[in-house]
Design a protein around this ligand. Structure first.
Ligand SMILES: [Zn+2]
Length: 140
């Protein structure tokens, strides 16, 4: 049983699923397999949503990642240093270890949030346009 159900705007980012149908996966491999960590399919396997609506679309996700990481790093180090009395060096060493482990997850979460901001939940819509990215943008 999950707290967040399909149809909730948080479902897509929480499960790293397509924001429109909440079915198709946003990434080809499991997050913590660290295999092909940044590869996304061109389209949703369920509803056909274009995961790459325009060149540079995911620049917006970088700002989400930056904001999230910035606040997390500050609060994490302050909690260890002032809350638990760890030394500054130990606090930063723990931070670097945590960031190394969760780097891929934060990257994927930021992209999922950005896509969810731009695409509404609408499980009845299916795209049949199968034009590949390379054809649309004139790359060969
Ligand atoms: Zn979909």
């Amino acid at each position: 049983m999950s707290l967040i159900k399909k149809g909730n705007p948080l479902y897509g980012p929480a499960k790293l699923r397509c924001p429109r149908c909440h079915e198709g996966k946003l990434f080809k491999t499991p997050t913590f397999s660290y295999s092909k960590p940044f590869e996304m399919p061109e389209r949703c396997s369920h509803c056909g949503l274009d995961y790459w609506p325009e060149p540079g679309f995911y620049y917006g996700a970088m700002f989400i990642s930056y904001i999230f990481t910035g606040f997390f790093c500050i609060s994490f180090v302050l909690a260890l240093h002032w809350g638990l009395g760890w030394s500054t060096g130990a606090s930063f060493a723990a931070l670097i270890a945590i960031c190394a482990i969760f780097f891929v997850y934060i990257f994927r979460l930021a992209r999922a949030i950005w896509l969810s901001i731009n695409v509404r939940y609408n499980p009845n819509t299916v795209d049949h346009d199968t034009t590949s990215i390379s054809n649309r943008y004139g790359n060969s």
